[in-house]
Each structure stands twice: as C-alpha cells, then as structure tokens.
Design a protein around this ligand. Structure first.
Ligand code: 9PG
Length: 608
C-alpha cells in the first residue's frame, strides 16, 4: 500500500474487518483539487480482507465480475457495472452535470469512480471498501478509483482547502471480504454501527421493520398545488381504500402527509405563496396532525432562483466564482431555468436558514422535512470564509437537523434528497437513493440525447433502488421515491407499477405515493391497490436482496431462501430455468422450452 506522505496509516481489526486509519502526519493544508490518500494493488486488498484463494481466482475473470459504482449524490447512478459499461456524463446541457459531478476529477477511461464505498463481486464473493469516517468529527468524502483491468485501487479525499492538525484523523476505511449478499450487508451494518444514526427515526415506525409511508404531492400535481388541492387530498386520504389508507393509516402505522415543491413564493423565498396558499402553511400542519398523520414539507434550503428576494436583497450571500459571478447550481425548466446557491460558509446564511427551520418546525408544526438539492453545498466556488466545503456542510446540516423533537415532544424527521451521500448519512439516515420515479418508464430525450444519469424515469429509479439495496438498513433507511397505483395521468403499465411497488417494498424502506386520493376508485385502480396490499402482506417481515444477473436483469431473493424471483428491467424477455410456475406469487413470465421467459419491464416472484 502506498500512502500519501502527508498522511500516516495504521491497520487494525474491528468487527472482523480491517480498519485502515489515516491521520495527518503533521499540520497539513490541502490545496486545490482532490488529495490522494493511498493506493493499493488488488492482491494487497485481497490479502488484507482475508480473501480465500478460490474467490481470488474468480475475481481474476474480468467478464465474470462486476464493480459497484456509487455516484456522488442521491440522483446519481448506483449499481454494479460489468466490463465495458460506463455511466455517461451529460452533454448538450452542461448545467445538468452540476447535479451529478462531485468533487475531484471526472472518471477517467479504464477506471470506475465510486464515491463513499465500492465492491467487486464475482459470484457470491464481495470485496468491499467503505469510508466510515468517524462519529466524533466529520472527515472528508472519499472517492475510490478502481482500475477496470487490474482492480488496483486509488483513494482520494474531497477536501480542497482543508486544514488538518498533526495527528488528526482524515479517514477510516473498512475493507472486508464476505460471501453472500446478507453477509456483506451485515458487515456493512457493523461498519456503520457506531453512529447509531437510525435511532432518531424510531418514531416513524416500529423498530426492526422501519418502513415510513404516506403521501407526497409531487408526482401528480407537481408545482401546481394550492390550498384546495392539498385540502382535498388530505380529506380523501383517510376516506377510501387507497394504498396509504389501507396499508398505513387504518393499521395505525405512522403515516406522513408531505407537501412538496410549489407551496413557496419562489425557490429561495420560503414563505407561503399568497395566491396558492392564502391561509399559509401552519393550518395544514395542524389539520394533518389532527388527522393523525405526520405533517411534511419540502424545502431546497441551499438554492436561490433569480425570482427570490435574496437575489436582490442579499446578493453577497450567493456562492460566486473567482470573478465574482454567481455560480450556477443547476437547471430546472420548472422554475427559472438556471438557478444558484448560497455560500454556506457565511455565518449569517447559517443563522438565516436555522431561523427558517425554526419557523417550519416550531411555528408551523412540520415534523417531516424533505431537504432537497443538497448537493449545492459542495459546488465549487470562492467561499467567503474559505476552508473545506465538507466542514461547512457538516456544521450547517448538523444544525438544521439537530431538533429531533419539537417543543411538544413529538418526533421530527429529516429526509435528504439530491444529497451528497457520504457527507449526509450521519445527519440524514432517511435518504433518497436514486433518481425520481416519474409516471413514465423512460425519458427518451434525457436518456439518449442529454444522457442524464439522474433523469426522472421509472427505469433509472429502479436501477438505482436495486443497485443501492446493500445500503438500505446499513448506511441509510433508503427512500426509493414513490409508487403509483393510479390509472389516470399515468404512463406506466400495470406490470411496471407492480415492479416499482414490489422492488420498493423488498429492497428499500419507504412507501410514499402521489396519487390523488380524491380521485381514487376506478375498478382497475381498486383491484390493483388491493392486490398490492395483499402482496405487501405476503412479503412483509423478511429481508430481501438483489443481485445483477445480466444487464438490466436482477435476481431477487429472501434471506431464508423461500422467496425467489426475477426483476427484468430490460426491453427483452429473459429466459431462465429452475422456477416453478405453480409456486408463483407474481407471474409475468411465459413457458418456453422447459424454462420461463420473464417479460420485459416486469417482476415475477415464487415462494416455496
Ligand atoms: C421538486 C422535486 C421533487 C423530487 C426531487 C426533485 O436531475 N434532475 O433534473 C432532477 C430535477 C428535479 C428532481 C430530481 C432530479 O426532483 O427529487 O422528489 O421534490 O425535486 O422540485
């Protein structure tokens, strides 16, 4: 192992894993760009992790192995890549890359860039590396660069502008080999066990099977919400057999009712839109609470659009480049086009945001806060107070999420979205781990022309939800985004909706929907909803895993081995033998020559 001379390394055994601890050799200031941390050959890593020799041989076959690539933030790709597969960078619309690029150089040809953690898998064997940092003090985000041919590893820190005292811990990396999906998962959970960060979500679900659920307004009304629409959805959610009422409310499970983007005057001006919400937002929180639900609200605290007051009144709060120009933080046709962000190194910005959170939680009564577009905290720019972005981000997010109970003693939860994964997990155990679901399978323009990996589309969403399932219950309580039961304003087929619902239940930990409960009740929707509730009941209470079998095809399995199946996200049937039709819980497959052909864009499950 080659360690950068600025750092010294020690290796210890912890939880049956190797813990590589790196600290600053002397007082150190990091300049521009990513700082190399260490390099190791694959055989060294295998040695460290105690990899048995048959597994090493299996890893040596480049076509039989996959490498896990974990993108920087929630909407980025996360999943296993085979030889030759790459995640494209967006083109034509450069501001799309602002969403997905993290700190440091882009992925080079011949390497897989994975943030925070990665693994190489051959068969059931996984060699895992994960940056666990320290619960005491935030450490910089770590990027792993894995040579696709040799599997050699380079790790680097995203800590531009950071200063470390002599002896200060800069990274703790865990390295282990495990055979089996659940074995790897358990080891990952132990690696992050010291954080105890799931405790703060206990009020959202009975411990053990923590599955928050509820309604959110985005994937139906989008920004076109108002007092009347929300009031109607709130009124109807408990009055018919819609999914949330059937599976959560009537059963007395904690249920969220969350108002999404569209309530605010402008993104960056966090006051109720006086035309759409003339009564303000407090009344809703009270009404939601009175109906026995947890009031939720969306906010993108770090953003500023041209239409918001900050832009005119506090121009000095905007993040600027070296020439003093505001730095674009992305592009959203639904708002003002290009938007900008705040300089979170400025203490007054922090106080201002903390004041807004006081209002949301204490004055208005919201208890489920969806903090969106958090990647903006890491955008490159000339921060007024200097220093490393990760420290400013950590300080600010710690403060904004510090209230875990309101003054009435009721629990408060925070959902991270569009958030840099490693810097966020300690503050946001509840985390969006993929692109938006969207009520259509694919977005042709964003996929093929722009090549946006985080495009809202069911296909991208499912790929990420399956791909990041190992992180669910270990690093995060994975929010897979919404499921759909509705038939109106719907571009997904019944089999696609079923695929989304079952993947979300089995491989992630939150079930939200955006259907209009007011509209509920056409026979197709009612029958589908009842069937999904039945399947949720039949499948609940077990742990599930998923593993890539081929491009866009995954095997699904329960820990006890009784449930097995195939999720086929590809556009072609997938043929496989060894499944018994008569044992099907869900069958979207046709018999062919002694095997089954699993239909495109569907899931089939069997129980023995
Ligand atoms: C509100 C929405 C919803 C949604 C969030 C987020 O990469 N993109 O182009 C992109 C744009 C918007 C977006 C996600 C990705 O949606 O995930 O749940 O809250 O904001 O504006």
């Amino acid at each position: 192992m080659k360690v950068d001379p600025r750092f010294s390394a020690s290796i210890e055994d912890r939880d049956g894993q190797k813990s590589l601890r790196f600290s600053a050799s002397a007082e150190t200031a990091l300049g521009e760009g990513a700082a190399p941390l260490f390099e190791a050959g694959f055989s060294e890593l295998c040695e460290l992790a105690g990899t048995p020799s048959p597994a090493r041989e299996a890893f040596a076959d480049a076509r039989g192995r996959t490498i896990f690539s974990n993108g920087w933030q929630s909407w980025c790709f996360g999943g296993e890549l085979s030889a030759g597969e790459r995640i494209p960078r967006a083109r034509i619309v450069p501001n799309i890359n602002v969403y997905t690029d993290g700190p440091g150089p882009r992925e080079a040809r011949g390497e897989v860039l994975s943030r925070f953690l990665s693994f190489v898998r051959a068969g059931e064997g996984r060699l895992v590396v994960a940056s666990v940092g320290s619960p005491e003090r935030a450490t910089p985000p770590v990027s792993f660069r894995i040579d696709r041919e040799t599997l050699g590893l380079r790790a680097e820190l995203g800590a531009e502008g950071a200063r470390f005292a002599a002896g200060e811990l800069v990274a703790e990396i865990r390295c282990f080999y495990r055979e089996g999906y659940f074995e790897a998962k358990d080891a990952l959970r132990e690696a992050f066990g010291a954080y105890g960060h799931f405790d703060r979500l206990a009020f959202l679900g009975s411990s053990g099977s923590l599955v928050p659920g509820g309604y959110e307004s985005w994937y139906n009304h989008y920004t076109k919400i108002d007092d009347g629409i929300i009031a109607r959805d709130l009124e109807s959610i408990s009055s018919n057999d819609n999914l949330i009422n059937s599976y959560y409310l009537r059963r007395g499970k904690p249920t969220v009712f969350q108002i999404d983007d569209g309530w605010e005057r402008a993104v960056g001006r966090w006051e109720p839109d006086p035309v759409k919400f003339p009564r303000g937002m407090k009344a809703f929180a009270e009404e939601i609470e009175a109906k026995g639900m947890i009031p939720g609200i969306w906010i993108a605290p770090l953003l500023a659009t041209r239409g918001c007051a900050i832009f005119r009144e506090r121009p000095e709060w905007l993040l600027r480049d070296g020439l003093g120009r505001p730095v674009p933080a992305g592009l959203n046709p639904g708002w003002d086009g290009v938007f900008y962000c705040l300089d979170i190194s400025i203490p007054e910005v922090e106080d201002y945001l903390a004041g807004i959170f006081d209002t949301l939680v204490e004055d208005w009564g919201y208890r489920y806060l969806k903090l969106d577009f958090l990647y903006a905290g890491f955008i490159e720019g000339a921060r007024r107070e200097g220093g490393a972005a990760y420290r400013h981000y950590d300080r600010l997010m710690r403060r904004l999420t510090s209230r875990t109970r309101n003054s009435r003693g009721l629990g408060v939860a925070y959902l991270g979205c569009g958030a840099p994964l490693e810097p966020s997990f300690r503050h946001f155990p509840l985390m969006r781990i993929g692109a938006d679901t969207k009520e259509k399978w694919e977005d042709g323009l964003l996929k093929s022309v722009v090549r946006h990996q985080g495009r809202p589309a069911a296909y991208a969403n499912l790929t990420h939800t399956i791909g990041r399932s190992l992180l669910d219950g270990t690093v995060f309580v994975n929010d897979p985004d919404v499921v759909f039961c509705r038939t109106r304003r719907m571009g997904l087929s019944e089999a696609e909706k079923e695929l989304v619902a079952l993947v979300d239940l089995m491989l992630a930990s939150q079930i939200m929907f955006s259907d209009d409960p007011h509209d509920y009740g056409d026979p197709e929707e009612s029958a589908f909803t009842a069937r999904i509730v039945g399947l949720f009941d039949a499948l609940a209470g077990r742990r599930y895993g998923a593993q890539r079998i081929a491009r866009d095809v995954y095997s699904i399995f329960s820990e006890n081995g009784r449930v097995r199946g195939v999720a086929n996200l590809s556009g072609k049937p997938w043929k496989a033998a060894g499944y018994d039709r008569s044992a099907a819980l869900v069958l979207r497959a046709d018999a062919v020559e002694g095997a089954l052909a699993f239909r495109p864009r569907s899931i089939s499950l069997f129980e023995t």
